[in-house]
Design a protein around this ligand. Sequence first.
Ligand code: NAP
Ligand code: G3H
Length: 484
Amino acid sequence: MFRCIFSEGQKYKNLLNGRWVASRSGTWDQIFSPTDGSLVGEIPAVSPEEAGEFLETAVQAQKAWTTIPTNERAEVLHKAADILLREKDVIAGVLMREIAKNRKSSLSEVTRTADLIHFTAEEGKRVTGESLSSGAFPGFHETKLSIVNRVPVGVVLAIAPFNYPINLAASKIAPALVAGNAVVFKPPTQGSISALYLARVFCEAGLPAGVLNVITGQGRMIGDFLASHPLVNMIAFTGSSKIGKHIASLAGMKPLLLELGGKDAALVLEDADLSLAAQHIAAGAFSFSGQRCTAVKRILVLESVADKLIEKLLPLVQKMTVGRPEDDADITPLISNEAADFVQALIGDAIQKGAKLLAGNKREKNLVYPTLLDRVTVDMRVAWEEPFGPVLPILRVKTVEEAVRITNESEYGLQASVFTENVDSAFRIGAQLDVGTVQVNGKTERGPDHFPFIGVKSSGMGTQGIRYSIEAMTRSKAIVLNFH
Ligand code: NAP
Ligand code: G3H
């Protein structure tokens, strides 16, 4: 059982300097279940006037936290990971209700996050500096020695999206903390209650007051205040390209780690193992109903194997279960009616322009059935826009060069998959693709969490991933010894 008391009935509080607090104005945002519209709970709607205190107390707390030996900081993280695992069923239950993620994926988000935190705690102990002798540079001889350490940046502002309120929060909080930073965390509004459970885990693990402050409220109300605040030393953001670019415009010279949208393509070549490709594409496109930045969002298949691929893919889509997260359905309600309207508009545009509907195009409120569209062409919106829903367009191409060209014409550059039995083709094509990561014979995906996760173009800047995030949340500090 949890020890930190963080709610009164269905009113969940913010973590400020070690205390659980409501907003001073007494204003709350209500969070409703995307599945049945029932009230999941209420969260403080903090105003910009109150938000400054979350940053000020973090600045003070960081000064002491950074002096604590890394192995002791790591111990707090290990403890948090253990508590998270202990409470996995409770927290997965909250995820199911709050963001309609199915049971299996909710549990997997929690256990994956416990692994991430343990791994981060260990990786944090291996952060080292270096020393450089001036003797290596012409004209200096051994007159100087530069001792270069990694030091924390200070206060990290962490902002997470609704689709991974636990994992994409912890992937920022844990590296920041182990490196000696304080964190002010702004969760997604839909996802805030899950995120406050994560904060409760860190609180119970013994994190000193103020080292992690969690502030809820709608991004459009408090986001600009936080992102542009001079007490924030670095911003780690995951979310849409639109908000990411907006944050970048406010951030001034603050270092940024931005993981944004995607339009990942699966390129299926003539010599691909089509059964393997179909399985990976189906799982990659439709898990969490397509609400993943790394979802396979379009297939670019060589015309000669397109029918054979569809023969294998269509049955996998048709057998997907559609329904409630609690029943572990494959396809569950989207996060909002507006999200479903957007997906429906993309499907409608494609069909109206001549795409062939193979499955789906059925909707009950925000529950959109898995939709497969063939003969999608480049004049259709779904060829380019990120649906963040269960719709998968198939574009038939005549050559590999055409597939590469269409992949690269996207404004996004997160990941791409190449399905081929020829390793030379995989590497040749992989080198030509303008994306952060190319998956060979596998679906596009972020994990495991210690791998580098990179978005180029509108998909982001900087590299996420345990060691990479620690590097991004620390900076070099040099002290030069001069010999006389
Ligand atoms: P979103 O609308 O961009 O929101 C992301 C976060 O930004 C939320 O916490 C949101 O708070 C906050 N926010 C909104 N306006 C803000 C502002 N002016 N200043 C600061 N923060 C602000 O994205 P989403 O709908 O949650 O997530 C879906 C998008 O995220 C998709 O485009 C997806 O591809 C992308 N994504 C990318 C990755 C990746 O790693 N590349 C991972 C997951 C998701 P509120 O909820 O209060 O509005
Ligand atoms: O939604 C974006 C996430 O970074 C995707 O992570 O590939 O592990 O689902 P995932």
